[in-house]
Design a protein around this ligand. Structure first.
Ligand SMILES: [Fe+2]
Length: 343
């Protein structure tokens, strides 16, 4: 496995680049905008392909690198389903498994620092975001923070992991890089409490100043969506309502770019072919499934995904590959389900 812990000294943020092998797929957790060049250099040096960029929560102390990484690599952006970000490519929920080639992360909903805070468990280690820090915990006094919810996330979820589980947080301000669940249980001063009330009182007494970057970071981090308007302006988008009349037509091939878990949870548009976005480059090149489908049959590829972001990027890739009839359903499955719901 390739595993790199990267540090942004300005915000004290740790980011993690993970891949199962050289030449394989990679994901990054909590990337910082100013460090995007560094990440991409490392991605090239390690000879991996960045396919997913994940934020553990909506950050208040730095601007996320999610949007920039997506724009430069066409990777999939991932956040929790509660996140107030305008658009991400994929939203995850508690109990999901987030995968890339050779690696599976268990998705654990750990609210408290914010109401969209998630932790990700990978074998012997857990990425705790700002829920559990080394000898500390994330503040709970803004962004819908809730000390009692955090108590449950800590004691009910993270501290239930085996003692030897490595703890990799999103921040450290003292120079510590890694800890373990057992070590934090014993020595983390915030965890030496016996009830949610006692924990809430401890957190209420902290009286922390707002993060320096908060007024800039939070609004910026809420607007990370891919600019689907450009795709629409070129005539490469149809609305979910328009899509309903195209489906079933013989000259249209409907392509679902989502992953299996998303299809199971949110349903499928009937008659669609499943071709996960992660395999798009393979499928789109000459000889690839989608390339052959489009060129051999002359069919118009109609892509869709969860929110229209992956499908908008797929349309661009298709256009780049010379498949000029390709288009996508703006707003994705979310928009489709809305049309179905309202008739
Ligand atoms: Fe945070």
């Amino acid at each position: 496995m390739l595993f790199r812990q990267l540090f942004d000294g300005v915000s004290g943020t740790y980011s993690y680049l993970i891949a199962s092998r050289r030449g394989g797929e990679a994901l990054i957790i909590d990337p910082v905008l100013e460090k995007v060049d560094r990440y991409l250099q490392l991605v090239a040096e390690l000879d991996v392909r960045l396919v997913k960029a994940v934020d553990t929560h909506l950050h208040a102390d730095h601007i996320t690198g999610l949007g920039a990484l997506r724009d430069r690599t066409r990777c999939i952006t991932v956040m929790g389903e509660q996140s107030k970000v305008d658009v991400v490519s994929m939203r995850v929920a508690d109990g999901d498994r987030l995968g890339i080639e050779g690696i599976l992360l268990d998705v654990i909903y750990t609210p408290g620092h914010t109401d969209d805070s998630y932790s990700f468990l990978m074998d012997d280690r857990v990425f705790t975001g700002d829920t559990l820090l080394i000898r500390g915990t994330g503040r709970t006094d803004f962004q819908n923070g809730d000390a009692r919810a955090q108590y449950e996330s800590l004691f009910g979820r993270l501290l239930k992991l085996p003692d030897e589980t490595l703890v990799y947080p999103a921040h450290d301000y003292k120079g510590d890089t890694v800890s373990t669940i057992g070590e934090e249980r014993r020595f983390n001063p915030r965890l030496q409490v016996t009830s949610a009330d006692e924990y809430a009182a401890l957190m209420a007494a902290l009286k922390l100043p707002d993060p320096k970057m908060m007024d800039v970071s939070v609004p910026a981090n809420m607007h990370q969506g891919f600019h689907q308007e450009e795709v629409a302006r070129r005539g490469w988008a149809v609305t979910a309502a328009e899509a309903a009349s195209l489906i079933g037509q013989r000259d249209v091939a409907l392509i679902d770019l989502r992953e299996r878990g998303e299809r199971e949870r949110h349903g499928v548009i009937p008659g669609s072919l499943h071709a996960p976005y992660i395999d798009l480059q393979e499928n789109m090149k000459p000889g690839g499934m989608l390339h052959e489908l489009a060129t051999a049959t002359g069919k118009r590829l109609l892509f869709y995904c969860a929110f229209g972001e992956r499908s908008a990027m797929a349309v661009q890739s298709a256009q780049d590959a010379g498949l000029h009839k390709a288009c996508h359903i703006a707003g994705g499955m979310a928009a489709w389900n809305e049309v179905v719901r309202t008739g």
